[in-house]
Structure formats: C-alpha cells, structure tokens
Ligand binder design. Structure first.
Ligand code: ADP
Ligand code: ASP
Ligand code: MG
Length: 815
C-alpha cells in the first residue's frame, strides 16, 4: 500500500481536486492507496475565525459560515455531475446545519472550549474528504470514504492530541488489512479521543495523519503532495534562489521542519522513520518535478549545510543572577515549571559562568512563562539572588541544518560573519551537540535578509547579489546604467557577482522594484515612477533591508550627500561621485568613515578625484601597507587644463573659458573651476585620505584671478570681468612663455600644508606635456622617496566617471 497526502492548496477548489484525481489515478494502477486530505485551502483558518467571532458574540460569524458553505457547495457543483449532485449537496448541507448549531451554542454562551473548537474545526477535513470521495466515485474510481476518527485515537488534549499508538496501529492494521477498495479517502488532521470526542493533531497535522497510517500499515511509501516541488534549501517564498533538495535524511528533514520549514509538520517524521518507510514530497501542480526523497541514508550532495530554516514570533526569556552560579537544580526547576505550563522551549543557551540561562519560546507563551517563572523563583527574587525574568519580543530563529556539518570546520564562523557583515544583530546562539543544527536568534525584521545572506553564502556557489539604489541618472548616471547592463553577464559568470538595480531616482521621479529594474527600459519605468523624495527614498531602502545593499549617488547635490549617514547606519554601502560629503567639515567626514567601519558598509568615493583614475584606492593601499605620504603634487582639474592648454597669444582668455563652458568641461558657473574651489576640495580629500586632519579653509589658494573677477555675482558679470582684465591674463601667459614654461593649475600637499594655484612648469617636468583634460598625481612617500608614484590619464568625462563608480561597486562585491 502507498499513502498519498494532499494539502490545503492541492484541494483548494474543483480545478485542483481534478489534478489530485489524475495523480491518484496514476498511482492506483500499481497498488492500493490511502488518500489523506486536508481541508479546502484556508478553511481551517476560516472555521477558527467563525468560532472566535461566535465566542465574542459577534454575529458576523454567521456570514462567514455561509461563505465557507458556499465554497463547498460551489466545489461540489463543479466536480460532480448534476445527476448525482443532490445527494451530496444535501449531505453537506446537513453537516453545515450541525456546524451552525455548534456555533450558535458558542455564540450564546460567549465562549468556545478547546473541545468545541476541535469539534468545529474538524468539519474542514471531514467535508473535504467526503466531497473528494464522492467525486472519485462519480469518476468511477473504486474508492471509499473512511472517517479517521475511527482509526486514530488520541488523549483528550484538544488542539493537539497525543496519539495512542497501540490502539491506533491496531485499528489501522485491521481496517486496511481487510478493506476491499482500491482507494480509501481519509480526512487528515482529525482524530478521536478515547471518549469518542473529535480531537485534532495540531496545525498542519494532516501530514501526521498520513504518516501514522503509513507506519501502521507498513506502507511501501508515503507521498506528501503540496504546493511546492519539495523541501527547499530555504523557504521559497522568502528566498527566490532556493532550490528543492533532491534527497535528505529523516533527521535533517526533522530538524528543518522543527525549525520552521512548514512544508512538513514536525511530528510526521517519527512514525515513518521508525519503520524506515521512504517519504517523498511532491508538487501537485508540477507532478513531473523530482521532489524531495526523505530516507534513512540520503545520497544527496555532500554539502555540509542541507537547508536553512526559520521560525518567526520568537521571544527570548532570560533568567540571571548570582544566585544561579554553582547551585544545582536551578535549570531543573526552570524546565519543570515550563513543562507544567506546557510551554515549548525552542532554544536554550547557558553561559558557562552559569550566571544566566536564556530560552527561546513562542511569543504566544511569553506572559504565561514569565508569570510562572517569577512565581517559582519568588523566594530567590525576593532575596535579590535572581532577577525577575527578562523578555525580549519580536525575534526569530534562523538555523543551518545538515548531517555533515559536524565534519566541517568554520561553518559557524562563516554563518555569523556573513550575518554580521549585513548588520544582522545576533541575540543568542545555540548549536546542538549533534552538530546537525546551528541556530541564531535575530530580530524579526531581519529574517528575510538573514535567510538570503545565508543562502547566498552556503548554496549559491559564492554568487553574491549586489542590490543597487541609484540616485541621479544624468550624464554619469545614464552611462553607469549602460555599463552595468553591458557587463551583467560577465560579472555573473566571471566574477560571481549578480548586480541588480533595485531603485532609480532623479530630481523628479523615483522607481523601486525588488525584483530588479529592467535596464533596457529604465527611462520609461522611471518616467512612470512616483514623485521623487530624498527622505522617502532613504526610508524605502532601509525598510527593504536587502543584503549587500549599495546606495549610488551620481548627483552633485548637498541634500543627497547629507543622507549618507542614514544609509551607512543600516549597513547600506555608499558609492558616490559627489564630492560634497568628503570635502565637508572634517567631523562629518570622520563620522561617515566611523559609521562605515561600525556597520561594515564601505563608503567609497574614488571618482571624487581624477574621475575613474585609481587615485584614492592607490593611496589607501599605500597607507594600509604602512607607507607614509610626504608630498602630493597634482594637476586635478580637467577644465583648467583645457583652458590653459588652449590659451596663448593667439587666443582670448574669456573666449577659451567660454569654449570650455560650452563643451561641458566646466561647472555651469566656470568661476567655481577658475577660482580653484573644485581643486581645493580634491586636494583636501587626498590630504585627509593620507591621514591628515584638515579643513577647506586650511588650504592656501593664491588665485590667478584678479579680485574684481572674484567679486562678481553672476556668470555674465564674470565673463565681462574676464574681458576687462584681458591684459592681466595675457601677461600671465607671456611671463611663462618667455621662459619656455607652460601654465598648469597645480595642487600641492607637503608637511601638512596644502595649496592650490597656477604655476609655470618648465620643460621636462612630468606636468609639462599634460594633454586635454588629463589629470596627473605624483605621490612622494617614504617608499617612493626619489621617484614618485605617478598616476595619469583622463580625469574628467561621464564615461570614465561612470567606470570609476563601477569599479567602487566591484570593490564592494569583492569585499
Ligand atoms: P500543505 O497545505 O500542502 O500542507 P503547507 O502550506 O503546510 O502546505 O506547506 C507548504 C509551504 O511551506 C510552502 O508553500 C512554503 O511556503 C512553506 N515552506 C517553508 N519552508 C519551506 C521549505 N524549506 N521548503 C519548502 N517549503 C517551505
Ligand atoms: N487543515 C489543517 C491546518 O490547516 C491541517 C493541515 O492542513 O495539515 O492546519
Ligand atoms: Mg502542511
């Protein structure tokens, strides 16, 4: 014999039940089968709700009951031919009349007892199994309905009956040993007490019914048909990358289900394990899928970690105090109290100092547990030897599970470091002596991130997903998006990085898509997005709480720069080409660096100096390896370079500046470039990155502009002043040219002092031949004392800036 169990979704409606029939029909060709069914999907919850409403004397219960009835009637009408419908309909209506009477009782008294609740809720599977059997019969299957209350006997612990196995096994053996039908349809979940009252086996208990019958009848196989293709490496609803585990041992399956893999009700495994009956989890909606085979010795991959599961709604309860140290019997008393109160302890940790014991329990039990413990230890508490129990709510447990974990070192290290990198705070840790499970208690809000982080670490062959939140889609931003799109495949295949853009914003609109924004049509998606708002953007990024999140700032806006701290504090890395934050007051710069370290979130701004040139990264590597910078000499302004490369005695200074402005080499207000402010910011950042405390005001700036030009208020006035001072600029040129020198705008840092200004550069100097918008930096250090380390290349332009941002993102990917 074989036992097939179909869950709530599998029998949710007529269409699904027809699939069930096909599966059963295929199976029965080989042997007899028992078909265990759940209530129509969602009906158990609805029945519990009607009972609750009735017990609160809320008349809405009657409406809800009608809805439930209608669902059953509709299903019958769709499944069963009209000719045989009336018999089935009237039988079902009779049952609903009884149910109505029960609920009326609850309504009148204003309460439901656990006993009445079980009675009410048992109708879910009693009705579904009845209807399904009638349908099978109508389809000419050799099928019979058998009420499981005559097969499975429990004590009268209503809500979760404890099975009387000797009696149950006997009843099942006798019945299935003699039944002559090919198919027996049995309601899952429900049973009967010795006294003949309806009981239930606990939520999700239909799996257990099937396992009990399989074990009692020595079935050849137990199949659990559900709505997913097996037991997955993590809950597939929370981890998109999760995959079905093809083979797994009973113990691993038990551990995963105990720690929250709802696909299997935990007690299910014990009966079949005892008999060595293989269990197969299959998908009703994809019967061809391989599913998960659960056996004694699974031959699946030898991966150490087989799955990751989690339990929500956990609370931590701790008991601590000096009175616990070295005194035997404290834990015994504690666990006795909890056991008497029927409180299930999910996780226990005790420090070796014995100073505290910490328990993970269901949040529903917190009040009761706290009360019982404080009462039991009242004497010690009154003496101050033990503190009243402390409770922390809104937690969850995530657990790594695998038989082979014991023979692998470093797993917990990898587990906790990857969680730590993503700012998942760990409140308690437990590892079973079997080493089949490592559990961590974390905040409920971090569950999804933690599961995905761990899944990535242990199952995705080291492919890291980087989640980007991009603000600013102008010249640089647009180029950047294009580069990501072009490189996506390469990054995934060659660098094991899966880069996704989750959000985009410009000054008008913003768009979010947790699944990743299509980079082929980002413009259209953004245009149709919601109204942009910097603060809402920050909040959304932090609420999404995705692993490996990176905020990318392609703007030049101070308001955006002011939000970096809010990202870093939530472990969201920041990559920016916006210089404002790094060149703002020193305290802000160090604060951002501090947050970056504290929350393990890189803060990178390579493109602040020399666009895509690897200047800051090189400097960081020098410092990290113990070198000391003694002097920096650099030409860091593409725009000023353009101006002085084109200005000579044949041209007019104001016309060259105008041309630079028109070709987009300067800021919209060229005074910002010509006055040297932009270069001051850059040398300030290099000085700070070399380890010096410096403010913008500390930098000497001997402007080559006459005071009159500096005093102008508008761009037009500025140009007028350049025309007026033509002689001044011509003189500067002539002075240099007469010596065969060229004019370069140089930034210099030496002995803790920085200055910027126009210099006459002689032939032979590394700056002399600097072309177009090239930048150059010379680092003189203790190790590069004689000949400086030199970096040179295009230092402006959207393409190179975008690739610099890209490089920062890859750095984070490899972090
Ligand atoms: P049924 O009604 O068929 O008994 P359940 O809803 O009880 O189905 O269990 C199936 C669900 O379990 C899946 O839809 C999935 O959301 C959830 N689940 C949680 N963890 C896992 C896991 N590790 N593998 C597969 N499913 C899981
Ligand atoms: N119908 C019951 C529940 O929803 C039992 C089951 O489906 O396994 O808990
Ligand atoms: Mg289930």
């Amino acid at each position: 014999m074989k036992v097939l169990k179909f869950g709530g979704t599998s029998v949710a409606n007529a269409e699904n039940i027809k699939r069930v029939k096909d599966i059963v029909q295929n199976s029965v060709k080989e042997q007899k089968i028992a078909v265990v069914v759940s209530a129509l999907g969602g009906v158990t919850d609805l029945l519990l709700e009607t009972a609750l409403l009735a017990s609160h004397q809320n008349e809405k219960y009657a409406e809800l009951l009608q809805e439930i009835e209608k669902r059953h009637i509709d299903t019958i009408r769709e499944l069963i031919p009209v000719s045989s419908q009336s018999k089935v309909l009237s039988a079902v209506k009779r049952e609903f009349n009884v149910l109505e009477t029960l609920l009326e009782g609850a309504f009148l008294i204003g309460e439901t007892t656990p006993k009445l609740s079980d009675k009410i809720v048992s109708y879910g599977e009693l009705l579904s199994s009845f209807i399904i059997n009638e349908y099978f019969e109508a389809e000419k299957l050799n099928s019979v309905h058998k009420d499981s209350r005559t097969l499975i006997i429990t004590n009268d612990n209503f809500g979760k009956g404890i099975v009387d196995f000797p009696t149950t096994n006997q009843l099942c053996e006798t019945y299935f040993g003699t039944v002559s039908y090919d198919i027996v349809v049995v309601p899952g979940f429900v049973a009967s007490s010795q006294g003949g009252n309806s009981t239930t086996l606990g939520r999700g208990g239909s799996d257990y019914t099937a396992s009990i019958i399989a074990a009692a009848t020595n079935a050849q196989k137990l199949e659990i048909w559900t709505d997913v293709s097996g037991m997955y490496t993590a809950n597939p609803r929370l981890v998109k990358q999760a995959v079905a585990i093809s083979e797994i041992s009973y113990e691993e399956a038990m551990e995963l289900s105990h720690f929250g893999a709802k696909v299997l009700y935990p007690p299910t495994i014990q009966p079949v394990l005892a008999k060595g009956i293989p269990m197969h989890i299959k998908n009703t909606f994809d019967p061809e899928a391989k599913g998960t085979l659960i056996t004694k010795n699974s031959n699946g991959t030898k991966r150490a970690v087989r799955g990751i599961s989690h339990i929500e709604n956990i609370a931590l309860l701790s008991l601590e105090g000096s009175g616990m140290v070295g005194i035997p019997g404290i834990s015994k008393r504690l666990f006795e109290v909890l056991s008497t109160g029927e409180i299930n302890v999910v996780l226990i940790t005790q420090a070796s100092s014995e100073h505290s014991i910490c328990l993970g329990i269901s949040q529903d039990d917190v009040r009761k547990a706290g009360y019982l413990i404080n009462e039991a230890f009242a004497y010690e508490i009154s003496l101050g030897k033990i503190k009243p129990s402390i409770v922390e709510n809104n937690l969850a447990i995530v657990a790594l599970v695998g038989d082979n974990m014991k023979s692998h070192q470093g797993l917990s290290g990898r587990m906790f470091s990857s969680l730590g990198m993503n700012n998942v705070n760990i409140r308690a840790i437990a590892q079973g002596a079997s080493e089949r499970n490592i559990s961590a208690v974390i905040d409920l809000k971090d569950v999804k991130k933690a599961l995905n982080t761990l899944h990535e670490k242990f199952f995705e062959d080291n492919i890291r997903q980087l989640n980007l939140f991009v603000m600013g889609v102008g010249n640089v931003g647009a180029k950047f998006l294009k580069q990501i799109e072009q490189q996506k495949k390469f990054l995934k295949e060659q660098m094991k990085l899966n880069v996704r853009v989750i959000a985009l914003a410009n000054s008008r609109k913003m768009v979010f898509d947790e699944g990743g924004i299509s980079l082929k049509k980002w413009q259209e998606l953004l245009d149709n997005g919601e109204k942009a708002d910097i603060e809402t953007f920050v909040n959304k990024v932090n609420e999404l709480n995705l692993r490996n999140s990176i905020f990318v700032d392609n703007t030049a806006t101070e308001l955006v720069a002011n939000t970096y701290g809010d990202y870093l504090k939530n472990s969201v890395s920041v990559v920016t080409c916006n210089k404002i934050a790094s060149s703002s007051v020193y305290s802000n710069y160090v604060q951002l660096k501090y947050l970056s370290r504290k929350y393990n979130a890189p803060f990178l701004f390579e493109t602040n100096v020399g666009a895509g040139l690897p200047i800051i990264d090189t400097l960081k590597n020098l410092i990290a390896s113990g070198d000391k910078v003694t002097k920096i000499q650099a030409v860091l302004s593409g725009s000023l370079n353009f101006v002085f490369n084109n200005f000579n005695d044949q041209t007019h200074f104001d016309i060259v500046v105008k041309q630079a402005q028109e070709e987009g080499y300067t800021e919209p207000d060229p005074k910002i470039d010509l006055s040297g402010i932009d270069v001051m910011r850059k040398i300030l950042i290099l000085a700070r990155e070399s380890g010096h405390v410096m403010e913008l005001e500390d930098i000497e700036n001997e402007s080559f502009l006459p005071q009159e030009c500096l005093n102008t208020d508008t761009v037009d006035e500025f140009f007028e002043s350049l025309v007026k001072n033509k002689d001044h600029f011509d003189a500067i040129y002539r002075a240099a040219a007469s010596k065969g020198h060229r004019l370069k705008y140089v930034a210099q840092f030496e002995n803790g002092n920085a200055k910027v200004g126009l210099q006459e550069i002689p032939e032979g100097h590394p700056f002399y031949n600097l072309e177009g918008k090239d930048n150059i930096v010379l680092f003189y250090t203790e190790r590069y004392a004689e000949q400086p380390l030199l970096i040179k290349g295009a230092g402006a332009g959207a393409d190179v800036t975008a690739s610099g941002i890209f490089a920062d993102i890859i750095r984070i990917g490899n972090f």
